[in-house]
Design a protein around this ligand. Structure first.
Ligand code: NAD
Length: 321
């Protein structure tokens, strides 16, 4: 009898800090049946796989292997974490030229294998690389997405929960726009226990200058990566978890609303740009873009993010569709 069982296979391209941490977190969650790691540095991939696989007695059942390009063919999700990372003080945008070349070569191989996987780009600058990968691949737009501002939003939720002294699970909040310096908080979408942040402020009553606290929280979110990179050279634990959240909602068709990077075609008045906006994510990737009624200042910030990204893309040379 033919079985309908299809393995939940996830291929991770780039077995460095982000890729290996993501694989480790994914294995522990039991969300995948097979995790394949690939890297231009084959020895690194071999080493990471051995190290991860030696934990097999302690994970839910999963196979962890070194992948090869043929593995793209039947993967359900491919996560791209390959490429240069930020040096201390370097912006994400500065990585564009070198990482665009890497991303296009990976996308070409994925396409050559006839893969129908959802492709999740995490490499930076993530919004621009998502755009480059999407155009290069010819994939339907929902099937090729970036990690967007999922990590920034989790930093925002964490800081709000710390400030207000409530469980982070009761904090709904989003950073939107570029995963980079022009990102911004959507205060109009920020709720604690279902209560809008402005109405929650007198309930919380933890500070005497909420305006100043708001500014501190926003600055901290925006500078987080720079601080962590100065301390230890790279960020990888929280992005590893953010990627598990994105991949989990795809594999389980959870339809979670996450601010992933997706191509806008008229939504929010924007055209032909990928950036982080709230999306319903499930089987097949982005299923819907949630067009939230942003405040005029927030809308302006989104447009500014888009124009910065579009200007940066114009600077990209030696790249063709
Ligand atoms: P890393 O240097 O530890 O790992 C990158 C790996 O990519 C290296 O092992 C390298 O050999 C590999 N690689 C390079 N070219 C390749 C190719 N063509 N095919 C396969 N593998 C290739 O870097 P990292 O700290 O893991 O960061 C990876 C990327 O993720 C960076 O661009 C970084 O800025 C980005 N990042 C994104 C977020 C986010 O929120 N989206 C957060 C943190 C880091």
């Amino acid at each position: 009898m033919e079985s309908n069982w299809k393995s939940r296979k996830v291929v991770v391209v780039g077995a460095g800090a982000v890729g290996s941490t993501f694989a480790y977190a994914l294995a522990q969650k039991g969300l995948a049946d097979e995790i394949d790691l690939m890297d231009a540095n084959r020895d690194l991939a071999e080493g990471q796989v051995l190290d991860l696989a030696h934990g097999l007695p302690f994970y839910p059942p999963v196979q962890i292997r070194v992948g090869q390009k043929q593995d793209y063919a039947d993967a359900q999700v491919i996560v791209i974490t390959a490429g240069a990372r930020q040096a201390p003080g370097e912006t994400r945008l500065a990585l564009l030229q070198k990482n665009a070349t890497i991303i296009t070569s990976i996308v070409d191989e994925i396409v050559s294998q006839g893969s129908q996987a959802v492709i999740v780009v995490a490499s930076n600058p993530v919004d621009l690389l998502t755009y480059v990968a999407l155009k290069r691949s010819g994939c339907p737009k929902g099937r090729l997405i970036g990690s967007g501002t999922v990590l920034d939003s989790s930093r925002f939720r964490y800081l709000l929960s710390q400030h207000c002294g409530v469980d982070v699970g009761n904090v709904h909040a989003y950073f939107l726009g570029e995963h980079g310096d022009s990102e911004f908080p959507a205060w109009s979408m920020t709720h604690i226990a279902g209560v809008s942040i402005d109405d929650y402020c007198p309930i919380c009553n933890k500070c005497n200058n909420w305006q100043r606290e708001r500014e501190r929280i926003v600055k901290t979110v925006k500078e987080s990566a720079y601080h962590i990179i100065n301390y230890k050279g790279a960020t990888y634990f929280a992005i590893g978890m953010a990627l598990v959240r994105i991949v989990g909602t795809i594999l389980q068709d959870q339809r979670s609303v996450l601010p992933v990077s997706t191509l806008l075609e008229g939504e929010y008045g924007l055209q032909d740009v990928c950036l982080g906006v709230p999306c319903v994510v499930g089987q097949g990737g982005v299923r819907e873009i949630v067009e939230a009624p942003l405040l005029p200042g927030e809308k302006e910030s989104l447009l500014k993010s888009a124009s910065i990204l579009q200007a940066a893309l114009k600077e990209l040379t030696g790249w063709s569709l």
